[in-house]
Design a binder for this molecule. Structure first.
Ligand code: B1M
Length: 218
């Protein structure tokens, strides 16, 4: 028989992928936390549910309105989980600037990565979405960032990562800042191809890779 924790996670996945009432989604998230479910498992469940939504959109079962509602439900869940991921003592592991590349408005995955990086003690500056290459370079320089992170969810916008890499080289910033990339269409091969220093397939990997990148600078 499934344990209580798994049942509530299954329920949460079902509620989000069926685009249920926001109150029910909130209740299931709070119930999971009350049962001491690891917040990272809640985030993973949310990712799986959004994948379900994406598949339904792909096959024509859902339309843009459902895609948008999926995003709204995800924001509700992450807002509830966020305080449970944040550590009380900050260890100041390093400074990270992160944004979603130009032309791309998806920010749920990026925000989860930010939550997890902040939780382990990184000082994170969120550049938001639709971030032009010039802004990545400008803020990396101004903030003396250890790591620059780029997220992209559209296959049409990952090309923008290459532009950012080119500008960082042109501005002679590649010796001072490490670059990590991630997002649904991004692969390790693509990260290598554009000369990024790291790739994270999910938020947990993003945290581990960022830690390694900061260590390699010292
Ligand atoms: Co859009 N969308 N969307 N969407 N959307 C996708 C991405 C899509 C795959 C859906 C589909 O067709 N199956 C598809 C892209 C297809 C493609 O490019 N091949 C798509 C499309 C087509 C579009 C529009 C073009 C739709 C339209 O207008 N006709 C439009 C584009 C707008 C734009 O950006 N210019 C659009 C709009 C939207 C909404 C605004 C409605 C909404 C976004 C709301 C928001 O972000 N605030 C939305 C949503 C919700 C989705 C899906 C359903 C969910 C995305 C998501 O949040 N996933 C998505 C389907 C899917 O992903 N299967 C889809 C959950 C999230 C936790 O995962 O972001 O991958 P992800 O992040 C992960 C990892 O990738 C990684 O860690 C995260 C946590 O584990 N990661 C990193 C992410 N960034 C990282 C950075 C790192 C390291 C790791 O280092 C820096």
């Amino acid at each position: 028989m499934k344990d209580e924790k798994q049942s509530v996670l299954d329920e949460l996945r079902n509620l989000v992928s069926m685009i249920s009432d926001v109150e029910d989604v909130r209740k299931a998230t709070e119930e999971a936390l009350a049962l001491a479910v690891n917040p990272v498992d809640i985030v993973d469940t949310l990712s799986a549910a959004l994948n379900d939504v994406g598949k339904k959109y792909d096959c024509g079962e859902y339309f843009l309105s459902e895609l948008m509602m999926g995003g709204i439900l995800a924001i509700e869940v992450t807002n509830i989980v966020k305080p449970h991921l944040t550590t009380a003592q900050r260890k100041a592991l390093g400074k990270v600037i992160i944004g979603t590349v130009k032309g791309d408005l998806h920010d749920i995955g990026k925000n989860i990565v930010i939550m997890m990086l902040s939780a382990v003690g990184f000082d994170v500056i969120d550049l938001g979405v639709d971030v032009p290459a010039e802004k990545f370079a400008e803020i990396a320089k101004k903030e003396k960032a250890d790591v620059l992170g780029m997220s992209a969810l559209l296959s049409s916008t990952i090309e923008e990562m290459k532009n950012v890499m080119g500008l960082l080289t042109k501005e002679k910033l590649r010796d001072s800042v490490k670059v990590i990339v991630g997002g649904r269409p991004v692969t390790k091969e693509y990260a290598d191809e554009i000369g990024a220093d790291g790739y994270g397939k999910d938020a947990t990997e993003a945290v581990n890779v960022t830690k390694e990148l900061v260590k390699s600078r010292r």
